[in-house]
Design a protein around this ligand. Structure first.
Ligand code: NAD
Length: 524
């Protein structure tokens, strides 16, 4: 690993005045603040207001008033806001990248990629929203005499709770289809990473989103969550499985819908005929991209016995050559973890594994010389299910190599987890790789890629199964989930029940033979 001393100048766009302007939209009537820090240096960037329950209620009141007008605005005009926003988001990507980097510590390559996500989501739903939201005529129960129309209505105010690992993508991208559908949004980002989503809201308003429609409240999750969920008509949550259970329980009690995008312990299966150099390169991104803090990243790699050593040697060599350091340019391959607290969690997983007999092939240690939350890209061998990192999500740059003898064994090992968010299968014969993919219990499976192909396919729903979540983002359901269905049915002439003089028996006979006739005519 290259070691370069820390010589860092904060990006020129990140001025104190800019940061103060951004956080000024967060309500905080108690005066309490949270010290939002630059991850690479630990220096305080800005005091982030913390919202009280009363502040959150007020944010919902304001959002609800704005939502009524927004829902009454013709869809075409609503969508025009997002056409303008798309241009702004792309033009201002370097500034967003600066904010993402200072607040999360990720390397610049990942930060700029993150900025693309809301623009991609806008592009997709700009072409799809009008069709999805248009009333759809369905057949009624009696041909010609009845109609039923599916009318989509906004839910009202959607509460979004977002994590720190992709603050701009999860905070803004999930709001876009909700807003297009005519809802207001109240977003609670993670305290650590509130800056980039706040700038996203500012850009949306610059593009013409009505003021008040998109509110941001801040605070620790357990303080803000209960009030937010009590006020919301729907909750979109991205975060850990443990918190997802808490959110899901409260949404259930309130009888509101929720979408929960949770953690993973994602496997990569390398098949015998895989192009090994590509698989190794894929595994570098899979395990160390975003410093191992991607929900869909890889923590377990299953290799055929025959190719284990070949893969291991190439993988370790490439990992040791990674350029890991703090920089606000595109140089480093990997940046920091998000915080010293998270560093302790990652370290505890590695220490626990080593104490229970795992071998560190490379990495394995914090790097305070690089910054307060740096951890080396780490490859382990001999990880078992009695180790923390053998079963639970580490969410850091730590990956374990495993051997398999048969493909059946590889599939069984990949599925031997409570999670089911993402999997990656590598093989020269795509048909055989597809057959393996079909047996993996996971909401996403990428063949000859780690995650980007599935995640960037905005037309296909992406979510987790098992303990990795409920519902999905993207695809038609990624917008329709933010709507209620109203079934508007019309009966043109009253024909139900026996007509004059007809016995009930005769009426029933006619009704039952009518059912058969309609089936034969395939009318229903
Ligand atoms: P977390 O669950 O601790 O926090 C996520 C968000 O929930 C934060 O804003 C936090 O403040 C808030 N929160 C915490 N407790 C809360 C409560 N009781 N009520 C309401 N809100 C509460 O998760 P994290 O550590 O910040 O994020 C990392 C996790 O997110 C990982 O498990 C990762 O896999 C997951 N993730 C999943 C996806 C996905 O799409 N499936 C995407 C990104 C991250």
């Amino acid at each position: 690993m290259t070691v370069t001393p820390l010589a860092l100048t904060r990006p020129a766009s990140v001025t104190d005045a800019f940061l103060r302007r951004l956080v000024a939209r967060v309500p905080g009537s108690s005066g309490a603040t949270w010290k939002l820090t630059e991850v690479y240096t630990g220096e305080v960037l800005v005091e982030l207001p913390q919202s009280t329950p009363a502040d959150i209620e007020q944010a919902f009141t304001t959002a609800r008033a704005a939502q009524e007008q927004w829902a009454a605005t013709p869809l075409k005009r609503r969508l025009e806001v997002f056409k303008r926003a798309h241009t702004l988001f792309v033009d201002k990507a370097p500034i967003v990248t600066d904010l993402i980097q200072v607040e999360s510590g990720k390397n610049r390559r990942m930060a700029i990629e993150e900025t693309c996500d809301p623009a991609m989501v806008m592009s997709h739903y700009l072409t799809r929203a009008a069709k999805l939201l248009a009333p759809t005529k369905r057949g009624g129960p009696v041909p010609f005499l009845t109609t039923s129309t599916e009318v989509r209505q906004p839910k009202g105010v959607v509460g979004i709770i977002a994590p720190w690992n992709f603050p701009f993508a999860t905070g803004i991208s999930d709001a876009i289809p909700a807003l297009m559908a005519g809802n207001a949004v109240v977003l609670k980002p993670d305290n650590k990473t509130a800056l980039s989503p706040l700038y996203g809201v500012e850009m949306l308003e610059e593009a013409g989103l009505p003021k008040g429609l998109f509110q941001v409240v801040c605070g620790e999750g357990p303080d803000v969550g209960p009030t937010l969920i009590d006020q919301a008509n729907y909750v979109m949550f991205t975060g850990s499985t443990a918190t997802g259970r808490v959110i899901g329980e409260q949404a259930g009690r309130n009888l509101i819908g929720c979408c929960l995008e949770l953690g993973g312990k994602n496997p990569m299966i390398v098949l015998e005929d895989a192009a090994l150099d590509e698989a190794v390169q894929g595994a570098i991104f899979g395990a160390f991209g975003n410093t191992g803090q991607i929900c869909m990243h890889i923590e377990r790699i299953y290799l055929p016995e025959s190719r284990y050593d070949e893969f291991k040697n190439a993988y370790v060599a490439k990992t040791e050559a990674l350029d890991v350091r703090a920089a606000y340019d595109f140089g480093p391959d990997m940046g920091s973890l998000v915080s010293p607290d998270h560093l302790s969690r990652v370290k505890s997983h590695v220490d626990d594994a080593v104490a229970k007999g795992a071998t560190v092939l490379c990495g394995g240690k914090p790097r305070p010389d690089l910054g307060p939350a740096f951890f080396e890209p780490t490859i382990l061998e001999g990880v078992t299910k009695d180790m923390l990192c053998g079963v639970t999500e580490t969410f850091g740059p730590v990956v374990a190599l495993h051997k398999y003898r048969t493909v059946d064994e590889a599939v069984a090992l990949a599925n031997d987890t409570e999670y089911g968010l993402n999997a990656s299968v590598w093989g020269g014969d795509v048909g055989a790789a597809r057959a393996v993919a079909s047996r993996i219990e996971s909401g996403n499976v990428n063949i000859n890629d780690i995650l980007a192909t599935a995640y960037a396919a905005k037309g296909t729903p992406s979510g987790g199964v098992k303990s990795s979540g409920v519902g999905a983002r993207h695809g038609d359901q990624g917008l329709l989930k933010y709507t209620d269905v109203k079934n508007v049915a019309v009966l043109k002439k009253q024909v139900m029940g026996p007509r004059g003089g007809q016995t009930y028996e005769k009426y029933v006979e006619g009704m039952l033979s009518g059912l058969k006739l309609m089936r034969r005519l395939r009318i229903r």
